[in-house]
Design a protein around this ligand. Structure first.
Ligand SMILES: NC(=O)C1=CN([C@@H]2O[C@H](COP(=O)(O)OP(=O)(O)OC[C@H]3O[C@@H](n4cnc5c(N)ncnc54)[C@H](O)[C@@H]3O)[C@@H](O)[C@H]2O)C=CC1
Ligand SMILES: N[C@@H](CC=O)C(=O)O
Ligand code: NA
Length: 440
């Protein structure tokens, strides 16, 4: 690639955090400076890397150790472009705000922070007249944020649904294929660099919850915070659940679902939720393996779009970060600006109780005449329509038989009432799982 259009004045780049993703970003920056220079139109100079521990070996990142500093606050004041890959809320937020105050554009992969305090970051970037880019924050390497912010800016998004957490997809996929337990597979996902620093964020669904908030905000031009997204993770999923779902010809996936919905008074609202979901094996989401992500975006004009690729891991995530870096750097060169916040619609977030979907409920019942009728009556009373009921063989130890009831679409509130009433039946031992279904 030619360097003829590159001036000699470098743009100063500060990297905050040199962990899984940061070290891959650093390596690429120091290994291929001429490529970046040619693509941006000006050289990029890595002026510092903020770390927590100066003595930690980092040879694999190919870094000149004199670039390392524990003074992240000082580093952001002498940069044109700041890459934040520390993660978490603080000190990441203060460092990003300080970067904006000092006139730097910011690239981050920090979905936790964007989901909690995105509007504040947008506002600060806008006041400073600089860019805020975050392609890595949702679905790793997959170009999804830029299409949502820019390519689809003239269309109307109806629904965004998909797998946005690599760790849990890796775990569920392994549980499905090998019958392994959740805890065994989590350690492997951590080793491969997919999990968050605290993997509870992955398995409890909070990482996907923050990503759903980001996607819903972009899709519906509305401020949706992480706390607006209802969330259920995969920690309660057992190998029994996986087996039951297999027998149904389905697979279990942790899905983020963001929808534009009609409220009871006919006005538009937004719903956003994350939960384990039963998906038929014939559905494209069922074949998403390991730490891959896949997101369907349904719009008024484009119809259905599918985004697929590596959703986590050092190098795939670095690809998204570096793409953003080049974009932010080009803007510095040309004087252009990236898109700011678009939250003009301000649609209300509907309560989970009003959201409608389908369910599979697994209960253990006494194997006696009249029990199925009594269970069915509960559904009739609460207005939840049954699609099928499958009873398994009575167990010898407790004399109970597993019963799986699949429903037609019903409101979450009605379903919760149904489950409550099932728990009160003498003939029902336990309600062992309640799972939502999509694409059936
Ligand atoms: N690992 C992945 O696959 C993906 C990660 N992300 C996001 O990218 C960010 C970084 O993730 P990872 O690299 O996986 O995390 P990591 O935990 O491997 O790296 C974070 C690094 O920041 C350092 N750090 C913490 N506080 C610091 C401070 N005050 N000053 C300087 N350094 C500090 C830590 O010592 C650690 O080396 C997070 O926001 C994460 O959510 C986004 C997409 C994918
Ligand atoms: N922990 C996250 C990393 C990428 O966002 C995941 O597993 O998806
Ligand atoms: Na992405």
């Amino acid at each position: 690639m030619s360097e003829s259009n590159a001036t000699t004045e470098p743009l100063r780049v500060a990297l905050l955090g040199c962990g899984t993703v940061g070290s891959s970003v650093a390596r690429r920056l120091v290994e291929h400076p001429e490529e970046f220079s040619a693509r941006v139109g000006r050289p990029l100079e890595l002026v510092g890397v903020a770390v927590r521990d100066l003595d930690k070996p980092r040879d694999e990142a190919g870094l000149d150790r004199s670039l390392l500093t524990t003074d992240a606050e000082g580093l952001v004041t002498r940069a044109d472009l700041v890459i934040e890959l520390i993660g978490g809320i603080e000190p990441a937020r203060s460092l990003i705000l300080s970067a904006f105050e000092h006139g730097a554009s910011v690239v981050t992969g920090n979905k936790a922070l964007l989901g909690e305090d995105g509007p504040r970051l947008y506002e600060a970037a806008s006041e400073a007249g600089v860019d805020l880019h975050f392609e890595a924050a949702v679905a790793g390497a997959i170009p999804l944020i830029r299409p949502m912010r820019e390519s689809l800016a003239g269309d109307q998004v109806r629904r965004v649904m998909g797998i946005v957490n690599g760790t849990t997809n890796f775990i569920l996929d392994k549980m499905d294929r090998t019958g392994a337990d959740l805890a065994d597979v989590l350690a492997e996902a951590q080793q491969l660099g997919y999990a968050e620093a605290d993997p509870t964020a992955d398995v409890e669904g909070h990482d996907a919850q923050a990503k759903a908030a980001i996607l819903a905000s972009l899709a519906f031009h509305t401020r949706v915070a992480t706390s607006d997204v209802s969330c259920e993770g995969i920690t309660a999923i057992t190998s029994d659940d996986i087996r039951t779902v297999r027998r149904m010809g389905c697979v279990l996936k942790l899905l983020a679902i963001c929808e534009r919905v009609e409220r009871p008074d006919g006005t538009a609202g937004v719903s956003a939720r994350v939960h384990p979901t039963i998906v038929p094996r014939s559905h494209p989401l069922a074949s998403v393996r390991e730490a891959f992500n896949a997101v369907f975006v349904e719009t008024e004009l484009a119809g259905e779009l599918m985004f697929y690729g590596p959703g986590a891991g050092a190098d795939p995530t670095a690809s998204a970060v570096l793409g953003d870096l080049v974009q932010a750097a080009r803007h510095r060169v040309t004087g252009a600006r990236g898109p700011g916040e678009s939250a003009y619609a301000q649609l209300p977030v509907v309560p989970l109780g009003d959201v409608r979907t389908r369910y599979a409920i697994r209960v253990d019942v006494e194997d006696q005449p009249g029990v199925l009728a009594r269970v069915a009556t509960v559904f009739g009373d609460t207005g939840v329509s049954i699609e099928s009921m499958i009873q398994g063989i009575r167990r010898s130890d407790d004399g109970l038989a597993p019963l799986t009831i699949a429903t037609h679409e019903a409101a979450e509130g009605r379903l919760a009432e149904t489950v409550e009433r099932l728990r009160g039946l003498d003939e029902v031992g336990t309600v062992s799982s309640v799972l939502r279904m999509e694409g059936l």
